[in-house]
Write a protein that binds this ligand. Structure first.
Ligand SMILES: Nc1ncnc2c1ncn2[C@@H]1O[C@H](COP(=O)(O)OP(=O)(O)OP(=O)(O)O)[C@@H](O)[C@H]1O
Ligand SMILES: CC(C)(CO)[C@@H](O)C(=O)[O-]
Ligand code: BAL
Length: 316
């Protein structure tokens, strides 16, 4: 089968023109937003998107607006040429790779805006703002106020407003019919669904299943930063999730007990817990005992790498 070479678009006006031209020809468009350094988890989202639309756009953009200044924007892995090769290897390929260079440009040079990254008195600012919290001409942020409060939102204070805002921008530029997000980032997927419902975006949001490596580790671009020892230790996360699921199946359904034993086993393996939460799949509110429709979510540090993982669990 001939490999399909995706068209690479780096400019938001050109992207919107392409989408509108295709729509005028009756084509539907599926979007898979990513931050690049693609792995099989990302490719599975593309395969899912191909089931729903004629054309596929994959965005590759490491969004500074979702990183606080003390987070890992500067070390986030990237390999654009490698990503293109992986995309070419997928059956039927993708049509466009959107790698915007001007997503937050509003007609003046960054240098002239005097923006420095820094820490605002009393709070952390994002990598799109200066030390007084001013954006580089960007001052509109979307907040999904309840869903963003717990779990990742607690330890990454600007993360979800940055994600919701950049996804809204991508939707406005690309105007997709369908967008696919991975359930690996469970809270992110739920937040995007809620944003789309609340703001009446004409986009169908699909949550696609979490992909694991053979040894159980959830695939993640950041895994590349794990040393072999940390990678081994990190397997404690998925092990703890599988154990919690089988304990629940055997009737152990008190969440505080399940949480405690998960925390103990991840810490015993050398992980530093950010959170272990058992929450309702839709509201993401904490639940006390396992019932249908809960999800166990974990974030933990191994060395300098923060990993997240989760598992949907139903009662026995
Ligand atoms: N293992 C996975 N299974 C399914 N979807 C995934 C997986 N990993 C990432 N995704 C999805 O791919 C999309 C892009 O994610 P992103 O580019 O941040 O990759 P990532 O591997 O999650 O990186 P990291 O967690 O290191 O930031 C998101 O919707 C995310 O949920
Ligand atoms: C959705 C997303 C592409 C927004 O930058 C990012 O948070 C991600 O890759 O999960
Ligand atoms: N997949 C989530 C992107 C981030 O951690 O910034």
């Amino acid at each position: 089968m001939a490999l399909k070479e995706p068209k690479i678009i780096r400019n938001k006006e050109e992207m919107r023109n392409w989408s509108r031209t295709m729509r005028a020809q009756g084509k539907t468009i599926g979007l898979v937003p990513t931050m690049g350094f693609l792995h099989q988890g990302h490719l599975s989202l593309i395969t899912e998107a191909q089931k729903h639309t004629h054309l596929i756009v994959v965005s590759i953009y490491v969004n500074p607006g979702q990183f606080a200044v003390n987070e890992d924007l500067s070390t986030y892995p990237s390999d654009f040429a490698g990503d293109i090769e992986k995309l070419k290897s997928i059956p039927n390929g993708v049509d466009v790779v959107f790698n915007p260079q001007n997503l937050y440009d509003y007609g003046f040079e960054r240098e002239q805006s005097g923006v420095k990254k820094g820490e605002k008195e009393g709070g952390i600012v994002s990598c799109l703002e200066d030390e007084k919290g001013r954006g580089i001409g960007h001052e509109t942020w979307i907040r999904v106020s309840e869903l963003e409060k717990g779990m990742c939102g607690r330890s990454r204070p600007v993360f979800f407003r940055g994600v919701a805002t950049v996804v809204a921008k991508l939707f406005n530029v690309i105007e997709p019919d369908v967008a696919v997000f991975g359930k690996k980032d469970y809270q992110q997927w739920r937040i995007i669904q809620r944003m789309v419902r609340d703001l009446d975006f004409a986009v169908k949001v699909i949550g696609s299943e979490l992909m694991r490596d053979e040894d159980g580790l959830a695939m993640s671009s950041r895994n590349v930063h794990l040393s072999p020892q940390e990678r081994e230790q990190a397997l404690s996360i998925s092990r703890a999730l599988f154990e919690a699921r089988s304990a629940a199946k055997k009737g152990k359904n008190i969440c505080s007990e399940l949480r405690r034993s998960m925390i103990e086993s991840i810490e015993a393996a050398g992980g530093k817990i950010d959170y272990v939460e058992i929450v309702d799949q839709e509201s993401l509110e904490t639940v006390e005992d396992i019932k249908n429709g809960v999800v166990v979510c974990v974030a933990a540090w191994f060395g300098k790498v923060r990993l997240i993982d989760n598992m949907e669990i139903d009662a026995s």
